[in-house]
Every structure is written in C-alpha cells, then in structure tokens.
Design a binder for this molecule. Structure first.
Ligand code: 5GP
Length: 193
C-alpha cells in the first residue's frame, strides 16, 4: 500500500535493534483515516472470504482492528490480553509469547466465551517481525477450533523471518508494507514490492 509506505518514509524513525518507530500515526498517535483506508485495502485483499470475527492482541492492534471491522460488516473485534503472570480459571484459552519490543515472555489469553469452534477469524496486528505474537494468536485459534481465514499486518519487517514462515505454513498473509531493510545510521527504509 503505497500510502502506508509514504507515511513510514515521512514519519517513521529507525531505532537501533531493528526497531521501526511509527508512533506518529500507527501505535501511539493514531491516524484514523489511514486506518480506514487500510481497512478498505484488506477488504479488497480478503474479498470473498467469510470473516466472522477479528482477533488482535493488545495494545497496538486494538485501534486498527476496530476501524478495520467497519470494512468487514462490523464483525466483533476481540483482543488477546497479555499477562506476565496469570491466574487461570479454566474459562480462558491461554498460550505464551515472546515480545520482540519488550524482550519479555507474556501469557496471552482470550476468554472462551469470545472465541468459538468453527468461527472464521481474521488476525490483525500492527507489526510482524519474528512472528511470535501471531503464532500466539494462531495457537489460541487452534485451541478454540476456530479457522484462521487470513492475517492482515500493517508493517512486516521482511528481513525477519516471521512472514516467510507463516506463508510457508500456508496462511493467507497480507502485509500492507513490507520493509526490506532499514539503516539506523541514516534513518532510511527500503520496501519490498
Ligand atoms: P513478533 O512477535 O512478530 O516478533 O513482533 C511483533 C510484535 O512486536 C508486534 O505486535 C509489535 O507490537 C512489536 N514489534 C515488532 N517489531 C516492531 C518494530 O520494529 N516497531 C514497533 N513499533 N513494534 C514492533
């Protein structure tokens, strides 16, 4: 999505450690009109698929997913919650993931009442790096018996292997911008087309 690439080039900053900061429009301050156009683009890319629910992960995915739902018939949006320690009551699906940005392990949970067997789910998130967050969401869907119809990612860092592995596993992964490389010394970002 050319517009998203232009936003990244204009407002993104490249940090040490392969981190791209896009807090001016994606995951701190939120550009709702951009989210809306991202939703329209995913609706085009996933046209014809049955989507009963959107599943994302707190916190950055929530705003994006809620706007995107408007393009998928206002389906419910569920976000997995992250806990560093948990008290399971058996009414939740739970798995554990490693956070790329925080360098910590988290439990991610979804209440059983919000994810059901046979539901067709679209996974949405802001970033894809090594794929840990998405693998966690996929595991929650597997536990529930829900079907992952597609995965919509705003920014995939193509030099990390999460996207490659998910495509190899056969998932319909649609990233709106794929970063090929970035240089923290000069702040440049190049994209894969
Ligand atoms: P993964 O689990 O695929 O390794 O990383 C994806 C998660 O880490 C996303 O949910 C996102 O919040 C965070 N993340 C990964 N890389 C970046 C990055 O370069 N910039 C920002 N802002 N977040 C990132």
């Amino acid at each position: 999505m050319k517009e998203l690439e232009e936003y990244i080039a204009q407002y993104g900053t490249v940090k040490e450690g392969n981190v791209l900061k896009v807090d001016a429009f994606l995951n701190h301050q939120c550009d709702v009109e951009l989210f809306d156009r991202m939703g329209a683009e995913w609706a085009r890319l996933f046209a014809g698929k049955q989507i009963d629910k959107i599943l994302t992960i707190e916190a950055s995915g929530i705003g994006i997913a809620c706007v995107v739902s408007r393009h998928f018939g206002n389906v419910p949006v569920v976000f997995a919650k992250k806990y560093q320690s948990i008290n399971l009551d058996g009414e939740q699906y739970c798995t554990s993931i490693h956070s790329f940005t925080k360098q910590k392990d988290f439990h991610v949970i979804v209440a059983k009442k919000f994810l059901h067997e046979g539901e067709h789910v679209l996974l949405i998130d802001d970033f894809l790096a090594n794929g840990c967050a998405l693998n966690g969401l996929i595991e929650l869907c597997e536990e529930a018996g829900a079907i992952v119809e597609g995965i919509g990612i705003a920014i995939e860092k193509g030099f990390q292997d999460g996207g490659k592995k998910l495509r190899e596993r056969g998932y319909d992964l649609q990233s709106l911008a794929i970063v090929e490389s970035m240089d923290p010394a000069v702040g440049t970002v190049s994209f894969r087309h």
